[in-house]
Design a protein around this ligand. Structure first.
Ligand code: PEP
Length: 257
């Protein structure tokens, strides 16, 4: 973390979990435990059907609400899809773009990721852009090249003035939901590479303001070590964000004085 130049952000990704009733129960449990973290922003990305309720439930707290995906068009004949403008109008602040599950199961490509990043920024949302290599790519020794490619694709045509709203999440696919975490050194190397790519594209002053998270089985036990790396500015948390006490412990690890 480097709090001098950029925000630390701990974001939960609920995926396809929690009904409206469970969302209400979670909010009631989380809010008193969480208090008002001074050093980090807290985000919960929840299923689309729960967005409106989540915004209301966390209105008087430091928790911002995010969506898990969006479309790249602002309206039109796209049955079942949700436009960034619709999210913005609801009070949504963040949107996850290009999560590996979206890339794997819903044909998300580097091209659609780029379109969505631009559309989200245009609508006034903060995209949390996910990048990450497969185990095969890591074993073949092409991780840094692959991440560089993904980051460049995601940012094609994004102006420097928009970059302070962009968040990156480095999520090695082999670490998502597997209980297997990247070592702090592996995560640090990739997050540093992401910042180097941004520096080459936009210069050092822009690059140091961008929040870069790690995601992939982050939990209360490994959070502090991962967050102690200079280029890791927070976490995108799946499984552990579903349990209020675990999520709060990770926020506390990011919120040390
Ligand atoms: C994720 O899906 O973004 C994620 C990091 O999941 P988990 O924490 O469960 O590995």
């Amino acid at each position: 973390m480097n709090r001098r130049y950029r925000k630390t952000i701990i974001a939960g990704n609920w995926k396809m979990n929690k009904t409206l009733t469970e969302t209400k129960a979670f909010a009631e449990e989380l809010k008193p435990m969480l208090g008002k973290p001074k050093w980090c922003d807290v985000v919960l990305c929840v299923p689309a059907v729960n967005l409106q309720a989540a915004i209301r439930l966390f209105k008087d707290s430091r928790v911002s609400i995010g969506a898990e995906t969006c479309h790249y068009e602002s309206s039109g004949a796209y049955t079942g899809e949700i436009a960034p403008e619709m999210l913005k109008d609801l009070g949504v602040k963040y949107v996850i773009i290009g999560h590996s599950e979206r890339r794997q199961y819903y044909n998300e490509t580097d091209v659609t990721v780029n379109k969505k990043v631009k559309a989200a920024l245009e609508a006034g949302l903060r995209p949390i852009v996910c990048v990450g290599e497969s185990l095969e790519q890591r074993d073949m020794g092409v991780t840094l090249e692959f991440i560089t490619y993904q980051v460049k694709c995601a940012l094609a045509g994004v102006g420097a003035d928009k970059m302070r709203h962009v968040v990156f999440a480095y999520e090695p696919i082999w670490a998502i939901g597997t209980g297997r975490t990247a070592t702090a050194e592996q995560a640090a190397e990739v997050c540093e590479t992401i910042r180097t790519v941004i520096r080459k594209l936009y210069g050092a002053r822009v690059a140091r303001t961008v929040t870069i998270q790690y995601g992939g089985s982050m939990n209360p036990k490994n959070a502090a070590e991962l967050l102690s790396q200079p280029d890791i500015d927070g976490g995108l948390i799946g499984g552990a964000s579903l349990k209020p006490e675990q999520f709060v412990e990770i926020v506390n690890a990011a919120n040390q004085d």
